[in-house]
Design a protein around this ligand. Structure first.
Ligand code: ZN
Length: 390
């Protein structure tokens, strides 16, 4: 089958359009990106405005040598001929991604499929983008049993053994996170703590996956996709805080919860690069994905980690301060159904905290105690699963 023949029908329209003036008042396509993961391929179309979209499916037409397709119309978006050649994927799930001017008033995103089980559509704000995940068996490999009907069904936590921890060093690359006193950069500190934590988790028999292991920019889509496709059992995101008040300091542990406290909106907005006004729409997305079931486990995990970390650091570092366990609507967590916590290791805008965070002994103690908290959670869950009692 010729690789390009599927693209022909749509592209045939374009020579007609190229002679036409672009109508006024349309939005633009900023970027088209895709990532291939073991279980799915994620396509992201970034736009300069929000759109209401739905996914339609076209069966294959063997006679016309046309593959099965998914398509999404983007109303009042102009793309012109920018993606006329399509974006070749060829990863065993998607053949290619095309984006063309379907009418003068709308563009159409077309995914030519090689395999297909199901898909998931998300529309996200700040920046506005359409995220389309396509799940299927790649290269004849079996997808995970039971996954087909319930993409986010991995919630019966007490019956699962906890093996794999996804450690997520916040920010990276073009996004430095908070910049603190003396120029300390959050992204560097997060990675340093994440690596220390990995070592201590591996010593305890966990498998560890880092969402990034160097100074790279990770889109939120990529960060969550890495976490989900690693089939992680626990997710821990590492951050450091900043405040306009220099005196504010201490360690906070957040967990995802739908009934979040208002004051955590600012933190969520900053850590996710989303304006606080948008966080409530994230919450609605979250509710739709029924992540709330995981938040009970996330709360227990946060408390166990807190109870390991705080007494030990307090004992060894007199200057250490604790701000406790809090609920937060963290964007980076919301697509994941695994128990998830976010550690804010301290405030880069506070002199005493920065001193601690530059102290290797403090960081190693922090990593050791976080690992110990995760171990306690694993042991407790395995006792519950084997009926020994909690
Ligand atoms: Zn951060």
């Amino acid at each position: 089958m010729s690789h390009r023949c599927g693209a022909f029908l749509l592209m045939a329209l374009l020579p007609l359009l190229s002679a036409v003036e672009r109508p006024a008042g349309l939005g633009d396509v900023v970027d088209v990106r895709f990532w291939s993961y073991p279980d799915y391929t994620r396509v992201v179309v970034e736009l300069d405005r929000s759109v209401e979209v739905e996914v339609r499916r076209l069966p294959a037409d063997v006679k016309a040598e046309r593959p099965e397709r998914l398509y999404v119309d983007l109303p009042r978006i102009w793309v012109g001929r920018r993606y006329a050649d399509g974006v070749e994927v060829g990863d065993g799930l998607l053949r290619d991604v095309r984006l063309g001017q379907n009418t003068l008033q709308s563009s159409r995103l077309v995914l030519d499929l090689e395999q297909y089980d199901r898909h998931r559509l998300l529309t996200l704000r700040s920046p506005d983008r359409v995220v389309l995940d396509v799940y299927g068996r790649r290269d004849g490999r079996d997808s995970h049993p039971g996954d087909a009907s319930e993409p986010l069904s991995r919630l019966s936590m007490p019956l699962r053994s906890i093996r794999t921890v996804v450690v997520d060093p916040g920010h990276g690359g073009r996004d430095p996170g908070a910049i603190g006193l003396g120029g300390i950069r959050e992204k560097d500190l997060n990675l340093e703590i994440a690596r220390l934590l990995r070592k201590r988790l591996e010593q305890r028999g966990f498998q560890v996956m880092l969402t990034r292991d160097d100074d790279r920019t990770l889109d939120l889509e990529e960060r969550t996709a890495v976490a989900e496709s690693a089939n992680g059992d626990l997710f821990i995101s590492i951050h450091a805080n900043a405040s306009p008040r220099r005196s504010t300091r201490g360690l906070e542990i957040y967990y995802l919860d739908e009934s979040h406290e208002r004051h955590s909106l600012g933190v969520a907005a900053r850590e996710n690069g989303v304006p606080a006004s948008e966080v409530d729409s994230l919450q609605r997305t979250l509710a739709r994905l029924r992540v709330s079931e995981a938040s009970v486990h996330s709360g227990q995990l946060a408390q166990l980690v807190h109870d390991e970390v705080v007494p030990s650091l307090r004992r060894n570092h007199r200057d250490f301060q604790d701000l406790g366990v809090k609920k937060g609507p963290f964007y980076v967590l919301f697509m994941s159904s695994m128990p998830s916590i976010l550690v804010e290791a301290g405030f880069l805008t506070n002199r005493a905290d920065v001193k601690l965070l530059r102290d290797d002994a403090f960081l190693e103690g922090l990593a050791e105690q976080i690992a110990s908290g995760l171990e306690r959670y694993r042991d407790r869950e395995s006792h519950l699963a084997s009926g020994v009692g909690g």
